[in-house]
Design a protein around this ligand. Sequence first.
Ligand SMILES: NC(=O)c1ccc[n+]([C@@H]2O[C@H](COP(=O)([O-])OP(=O)(O)OC[C@H]3O[C@@H](n4cnc5c(N)ncnc54)[C@H](O)[C@@H]3O)[C@@H](O)[C@H]2O)c1
Ligand SMILES: Nc1ncnc2c1ncn2[C@@H]1O[C@H](COP(=O)(O)O)[C@@H](O)[C@H]1O
Ligand SMILES: O=P(O)(O)OP(=O)(O)O
Ligand SMILES: [Mg+2]
Length: 271
Amino acid sequence: MRPLQKQIIDYEKVKPQIDPEAEIKRSVNFLQDFLLQNHLQTLVLGISGGQDSTLAGRLCQLAVEQLRQKTGQQQYQFVAVRLPYGKQADESDALAALSWMKPDQVLRVDIKPAVDATVASIENNKLEISDFNKGNIKARQRMIVQYAIAGDLKGCVVGTDHAAENVTGFYTKYGDGAADLTPLFRLNKRQGRQLLAALRAPSQLYTKVPTADLEDQRPGLADEAALGVSYEDIDNYLEGQEISAQAAQQIETWYQKTAHKRRLPYTVFDI
Ligand SMILES: NC(=O)c1ccc[n+]([C@@H]2O[C@H](COP(=O)([O-])OP(=O)(O)OC[C@H]3O[C@@H](n4cnc5c(N)ncnc54)[C@H](O)[C@@H]3O)[C@@H](O)[C@H]2O)c1
Ligand SMILES: Nc1ncnc2c1ncn2[C@@H]1O[C@H](COP(=O)(O)O)[C@@H](O)[C@H]1O
Ligand SMILES: O=P(O)(O)OP(=O)(O)O
Ligand SMILES: [Mg+2]
């Protein structure tokens, strides 16, 4: 195994094989313990229609249903949030995900007015916001909305970051990368699919091409096209398998370039 590969696997805590039922229980218990220990009652999560938020959303719903049963207290709830930027092309996938996960509540906040107003106000200063940079503003606007909801409902924000995303830093810093807890941490992309299959999700919900869908000019751009490496290679790498030197190099370059996203802000004690 490549020396950095071993270090990355230790950090990401990916197991080469998993028992999906055991991992479901582990995440559900974690969500429940987090609520109880922190005296919180609401889990808040954005639902895009993609694989990760579908899985995390169902785990949240299971966690609060079981918690209500265990404690006899009805205040525990899961709030799923639709956060389209205007009209979302794959809205039907998001609706299918919601109808399968059956959240206690669904809220819908269109982020377009806030994002467009932010871009326009910045551009009043003779700055030009690129389409890519605007994509990060969308991700951060989603973070603002979810924290506002959590703040109002004694809640916390659930993140969908998992090992195959974390390793490449493929998320917006303090956007979708900002959350209070990440129940999928330790799983790679295919293990997430295994959990969804064990939960009997309709397969269309986890065979969809992963996309951040943040750019206006390249809608639905596949993560794999943006990353220059496939999830198949990332998953194999994280399970300790040998992959092509080129793919391994690409993963390691992303890992090193995005190290700043996997830590707290730098202080005078760091340099
Ligand atoms: N924006 C989009 O449209 C879009 C679309 C698809 C995917 N993504 C993915 O989302 C991710 C977000 O893009 P990003 O990483 O360019 O933006 P980001 O905002 O997540 O991170 C960049 C910011 O991090 C800080 N930073 C950069 N290097 C640093 C360092 N060495 N130390 C400390 N801070 C540092 C700077 O503030 C910089 O503006 C990318 O992986 C991208 O591929 C974005
Ligand atoms: N359109 C969306 N509506 C609600 N929540 C969303 C939307 N797009 C993204 N999200 C949230 O962000 C994470 C990360 O998405 P990636 O596809 O991995 O970039 C996603 O799981 C949702 O929680
Ligand atoms: O985070 P999601 O739910 O949008 O999943 P994916 O990363 O597969 O698009
Ligand atoms: Mg997505």
